[in-house]
Design a protein around this ligand. Structure first.
Ligand SMILES: Cc1cc2nc3c(=O)[nH]c(=O)nc-3n(C[C@H](O)[C@H](O)[C@H](O)COP(=O)(O)OP(=O)(O)OC[C@H]3O[C@@H](n4cnc5c(N)ncnc54)[C@H](O)[C@@H]3O)c2cc1C
Length: 223
């Protein structure tokens, strides 16, 4: 089974509960934007506890990057990640994931479900091929929005936020609904990319189908 030990180069705070890990990259390591890996911590008792995290950097970079939402409320892997520092090690296992860019579309993300889209959108941006791709991003509050400034810079008017627990100027408020999806043009695109927690995904998939989006036009991953 594929397995690489990589040293953590740096850890930064992205939001109040999201961290960015930059690690070494194993030689000849290949992944596609949108893909993830099973990761564990190279520390006694944690080596076999694998969790999936998405590569958020570009495949050609000389390092790996992960943007990880932590859950300090229970003693899982992400809580243990909070104790790590530069120089500690992660184990990168097999590369996998079902999200890959097929063509222009609407990207719909809930919270950390945006991670596969970070790499895909950065990749397109780097090639000047962002076109009319659009990101609809659902979070609880403004403080929860991962890479708010970067998405604004990359996507401009095509970066649309909706907040469920805060009313803020310039932001839609509430849950993603059929009306919201219609208003933001899901029917005008060939593809819909969807990633987030299971209840959100089930809800939105139902809404998309009701709006006439074809099932095979939906590219999805449950977090
Ligand atoms: C393909 C793929 C790619 C992913 N990429 C990313 C990524 O790039 N970044 C990212 O942040 N996440 C990503 N995820 C989600 C990530 O894998 C999970 O958030 C992670 O496994 C959580 O690990 P954990 O051990 O901390 O929590 P787990 O123990 O695995 O628990 C997961 C969930 O259950 C809840 N939970 C379980 N037990 C308790 C408890 N006792 N008390 C409170 N809550 C509990 C947690 O709130 C959490 O939502 C990805 C998932 C998939 C499938």
């Amino acid at each position: 089974m594929e397995q690489h030990i990589v040293k953590i180069k740096s850890i930064d705070q992205v939001t109040h509960d999201v961290l960015r890990f930059e690690t070494e990259k194993p030689a000849n390591f290949i992944f596609k934007p949108g893909q993830a890996s099973r990761i564990s911590i190279n520390k006694e008792g944690w080596e076999k506890k694998k969790r999936s995290f998405t590569f958020t950097n570009l495949p050609e970079d000389d390092h790996l990057e992960f943007v990880i939402k932590t859950y300090p409320s229970h003693e899982g892997v992400t809580n243990e990640l909070l104790t790590l520092k530069a120089g500690d090690e992660l184990i990168v296992h097999e590369v996998w994931g079902s999200i890959a860019y097929k063509g222009e579309g609407v990207f719909i993300a809930g919270g950390a479900g945006v991670t596969p889209f970070i790499s895909i959108l950065r990749h397109l941006h780097g090639k000047k091929q962002l076109g009319n791709n659009r990101l609809l991003f659902a979070n609880k509050t403004v403080a929860d929005i991962i890479h708010n400034d970067e998405f604004k810079d990359m996507l401009g008017q095509n970066f649309i936020n909706i907040l469920s627990q805060e009313e803020a100027e310039g932001f839609d408020h509430g849950w993603i609904s059929e009306e919201f999806l219609k208003k933001h043009g899901v029917n005008d695109y060939k593809y819909v990319y969807l990633c987030g927690p299971k209840p959100m995904m089930e809800n939105i998939e139902g809404q998309l189908l009701k709006l006439g989006v074809q099932e095979d036009a939906i590219i999805r991953e449950i977090f």
